[in-house]
Design a binder for this molecule. Structure first.
Ligand SMILES: NC(=O)c1ccc[n+]([C@@H]2O[C@H](COP(=O)([O-])OP(=O)(O)OC[C@H]3O[C@@H](n4cnc5c(N)ncnc54)[C@H](OP(=O)(O)O)[C@@H]3O)[C@@H](O)[C@H]2O)c1
Length: 340
């Protein structure tokens, strides 16, 4: 089968290769990959910015969708011809997270979707909702489910003030979900050309953080001094301190990303104690959460935003361009243009 392997650290170590085909074992499903999508994680893994020591080689990309080609003799949930998408943390099916689950992630350490076919245990697959194309579905497993998990109990979001940072794929889905749940959404985006589109997607207020001298003061003024109830923190680093300073009493910061790094230098504890804030780490989600997320998308007819399309030959370029890309929506690699 055709695949790319990450064989080391650096863009040059992403190599196209031919792997021998095998048949699915008793509980496995063979999938013809229709589309895969790029997360910041993929870029960071290639460049050694994140989990530099993961054993190599592995096939990159955590997100993908396709059509079942064949199934092992004990597979009960799927049959050939069905449209499926992958569950990223394959071993986390339900209940609380265990740090052992990190070992079961697709696209490092386990082989991911950057291939023409993939064989996965049936427990690591879900059916694609009918209203979504396979290309749309391929964008959901990491950033979509992360947005869902970051928002927490969606039924309690109505009327709450939610902060969304930027227009990355986690943030766009968080915006769509929070708006559908009836939240008041405050979006910070440095891409002024997309502000109207963000309002169409449900943003209550949009601010260009590059034009603001004091982001927390602006957000506090916009919320009549009350502050934000739930922030989806994708930027990380010292930006977290700025976020803490604009939170409402009892608010929660869902800590998702590390675009500005992992280290925080400053007063972290003071704001937590003064306003009884909660810092909650997010590591994507379980399969049960994924099922609830897909159900919500179906009920609200939500379509994820898809960005630039690349073909399989251009996959390395797709990963390289993921950092600092210009467009709105998640970049996808369309493996097979003929699959609907
Ligand atoms: N913990 C988890 O489970 C999990 C899962 C998925 C992703 N992540 C992490 O979450 C982060 C975001 O992922 P992603 O895939 O959504 O990234 P992405 O698609 O690359 O999005 C990056 C966006 O962040 C925005 N941004 C950067 N600096 C900002 C700032 N100072 N204020 C506000 N917005 C800012 C920019 O939006 P504008 O251009 O609009 O300004 C930029 O487009 C990454 O660190 C990723 O690794 C974590």
């Amino acid at each position: 089968m055709q695949a790319y392997e990450l064989t080391g650290v650096g863009f040059d170590t992403l190599i196209r290769t031919q792997r021998p085909r095998r048949s699915p074992a008793a509980h496995e499903v063979e999938i013809r990959v229709a589309a895969s999508s790029i997360n910041y994680r993929d870029y960071a893994l290639v460049h050694g910015l994140y989990q530099r020591d993961l054993p190599k080689p592995f096939i990159p990309l955590s997100d993908g969708a396709g059509t079942v080609v064949s199934v092992g003799e004990n597979v009960r949930r799927f049959k050939p011809g069905e449209r499926v998408l992958g569950h990223y943390t394959t071993g986390w099916l339900d209940g609380p997270f265990s740090s052992d689950n990190h070992a079961s992630k697709l696209g490092g350490p386990l082989d991911g979707w950057l291939a023409d076919s993939i064989i996965l245990p049936e427990q690591a697959l879900l059916k694609v909702p009918k209203h979504l194309s396979l290309v749309e579905a391929s964008t959901l497993p990491v950033s979509g489910l992360t947005a869902w998990a970051a928002l927490g109990d969606i039924e309690r979001l109505s009327g709450r003030r939610v902060l969304i940072e930027g227009t990355g794929s986690v943030s766009l889905m968080a915006l769509q979900l929070a708006a559908a749940a009836g939240a008041e959404t405050f979006v910070l985006s440095g891409k002024a050309q997309y502000h109207d589109r963000l309002r169409e997607l449900g943003a209550t207020r949009v601010f260009d953080y590059r034009q603001l001298d004091d982001v927390p003061a602006t957000l506090l003024a916009a919320t009549q001094g009350k502050g934000i109830d739930l922030a989806v923190e994708v930027v990380g680093g010292n930006h977290l301190l700025s976020t803490l300073s604009l939170m409402a009493d009892g608010g929660t910061v869902a800590v998702v990303g590390f675009l500005e790094g992992f280290e925080v230098n400053g007063d972290l504890i003071g704001p937590l104690l003064r306003r009884l804030l909660t810092l909650r780490g997010v590591s994507v989600g379980s399969r049960a959460q994924f099922e609830d997320f897909l159900d919500f998308l179906t009920r609200h007819r939500i379509h994820p935003l898809v960005g630039t399309h690349y073909d399989f030959d251009s996959a390395p370029l797709a990963i390289e361009e993921a950092e600092g890309r210009a467009g709105l929506g998640k970049p996808v690699i369309v493996h097979d243009e003929l699959t609907p």
